[in-house]
Design a protein around this ligand. Structure first.
Ligand SMILES: Cc1ncc(C[n+]2csc(CCOP(=O)(O)OP(=O)(O)O)c2C)c(N)n1
Ligand SMILES: [Mg+2]
Length: 522
């Protein structure tokens, strides 16, 4: 919930937990916030310290050590008078630089003490700005003989107006990373979708084939966003990021700019005269044509029975408002949603990208809905993801948070099946139980709805959206046959990196398994 609140508002979410099980239960989500650059301040009580310390206290795990790998920093407070400073520093650090979770651990006996606090606000952190590198970037961008494309990540999320102005100035097509979706309006004539390689949108891939200089801002080129690093190497690359350690880690980079995105954009926009390019109707027409093709191809129904998940996502986008907040979980549908669910405003599309923490979307959506009670808020989970955190529907009912929870029910971990079947010729531990979702909804006290075919999509989605309270919607889906660009790209990349021996073993196993079939192996 703290993570969803932070992503939706841009402000740190605050999480208060007990040590021991409270802490171990939230480690996966803190890890998500760390890898996805989400500011969270995590206040953790701890067992008594100093003269109050006794052996065998409840929850006396090494809580500080547990927190270290999933946070930017842990402030382990030892005395009551250091609490205010630790909290101030935690907020500053959570927001500062590349955002992330920060923990303050307070032994509970300190909360019984009296203290007069005199804690002054901290001086703001200086934002990184490398003027020389910015100048080199501008020099490259001002060469009108080179075609420029922009790749924008989450680091641009609060700089959308400047990003838009720069893109129009350069007449540059803009692709985003998954978590950058919304930083640039995807209905803009220069928007090409997400990715820019074989794993991303078709239009982005086609458009960036002709690009000479990629300007990447506020991105890391992480495994998930690049389709197991399948994104092509740009002929020339300028990489701008607030965190120096993210620069040039994955891609061969010509200009590394260690700068905050807003300062970089300001610097460029002050040099509008040098960067300005004439309108490029041919590019705009090229993008529009590919978008049309993409849209037409996506219209095809693949489902043999039930609803087509891609058509569901398309319909959901059509029926939700532009400022609706969509939380898309770790299922196959996250890649389809990245392609078809156009985000036209910042902080409207959310995904647990780099920790791929199943079940994240349900509580995250509650945190966001709490921050913005009037905005439509939806989750799209697979049935597997749903099972990881579905109990939080009781919170939606209790706190009257009108989130609409769409569950794509295929009774399987389809994602795992897609990975296992080509490699092993069989699937293992991927089939899920048949659930009575209606009874579950009734138990939690939320409304219930079912969508069983494409014909029911529009009316089913609309009536859930119209309902004033939380609704659980079971969407019975058939994933069969629908191409998954991300998986195809990641698979090809993976295979291309195998040694000759590894590849031979792979092929031999596939051959043996083709003869030795275990259809009910799961
Ligand atoms: C906690 C956790 N366990 C396992 C995984 C590996 N994993 C990624 S997606 C997935 C299956 C998701 O199933 P579902 O939500 O039904 O979506 P579908 O694949 O059917 O689209 C699994 C097991 C993970 N990312 N996180
Ligand atoms: Mg599933």
């Amino acid at each position: 919930m703290a993570d969803g609140y932070a992503r939706a508002t841009g402000k740190p979410g605050v999480l208060c937990i007990v040590p021991g099980p409270g802490l171990t239960n939230c480690l996966s989500n803190l890890g998500e916030a760390l890898l996805d650059s989400v500011p969270i301040v995590c206040i953790v009580g701890d067992v008594a310290n100093g003269s109050h310390h006794r052996p065998f206290q409840v929850h006396s795990l090494d809580n500080v050590a547990l927190l270290r790998p999933v946070t930017k920093q842990v402030f382990a407070v030892q005395r009551a008078d250091s609490i205010p400073q630790a909290v101030r520093m935690a907020f500053q650090l959570a927001r500062g630089g590349e955002p992330g979770p920060v923990a303050v651990v307070v032994p509970y006996n300190l909360l019984l003490e009296m203290e007069r606090f005199h804690s002054l606000p901290l001086a703001p952190l200086a934002l990184p700005f490398d003027e020389q590198a910015c100048a080199r970037a501008v020099q490259l961008l001002s060469n009108r003989g080179l075609k420029v494309g922009i790749y924008a990540g989450m680091g641009c999320m609060d700089e959308a107006p400047a990003l838009l102005r720069l893109a129009e100035l350069l007449q540059a097509p803009v692709a985003t990373s998954i978590s950058g979706k919304g930083a640039f309006p995807e209905n803009h004539p220069l928007a090409v979708g997400w990715g820019y390689g074989p794993q991303g949108s078709h239009t982005a891939e086609e458009t960036f084939r002709h690009i000479d200089v990629v300007l990447a801002v506020g991105v890391k080129y992480s495994e998930v966003s690049t389709g197991f690093y399948a994104i092509p190497q740009a002929r020339r690359l300028i990489h701008v990021d607030i965190n120096q350690e993210n620069l040039a880690r994955i891609m061969r980079t010509d200009v590394c700019v260690h700068s905050e995105a807003g300062l970089f954009f300001d610097y460029c926009l002050q040099r509008a005269g040098e960067l300005c390019r004439p309108a490029n109707p041919r590019l705009v027409e090229f993008i529009a044509r590919h978008k049309q093709t993409e849209f037409r191809q996506s219209d095809r129904n693949y489902a043999r029975y039930c609803a087509d998940p891609f058509l569901f996502l398309r319909c959901l986008r059509r029926l939700t408002r532009p400022d609706a907040m969509a939380f898309v979980d770790v299922s196959i549908s996250q890649y389809w949603a990245s392609e078809i669910f156009a985000a036209c405003q910042p902080r409207t599309f959310f995904n647990p990208t780099d920790n791929q923490n199943m079940g994240w979307s349900i509580p995250a959506a509650l945190g966001a809905q709490q921050a913005f009670p009037g905005r439509q808020t939806v989750t799209v989970t697979g049935d597997g993801c749903f099972l990881m955190s579905a109990m939080e529907l009781s919170t939606a009912a209790r706190a009257e948070l009108p989130v609409k929870f769409f569950v794509l029910d295929d009774q399987a971990y389809h994602y795992m099946q897609e990975l296992q079947r080509p490699a092993y010729g069989r699937t293992t531990a991927t089939v899920l139980a048949r659930l009575d979702y209606r009874a579950l909804a009734q138990g939690w006290g939320v409304a219930y709805q079912e969508i069983r075919s494409n014909g029911e999509l529009a009316a089913g989605i609309q009536s859930a959206l119209d309902h004033p309270g939380p609704v659980l919607v079971r969407v019975a889906v058939d994933y069969h046959g629908r191409p998954i660009r991300w998986l195809r790209a990641a698979r090809q990349r993976f295979l291309s990196e195998l040694s000759r021996d590894q590849r031979l073993r792979f092929i031999a196993r596939a051959g043996v398994r083709a003869l030795d079939r275990h259809p009910d192996n799961d």
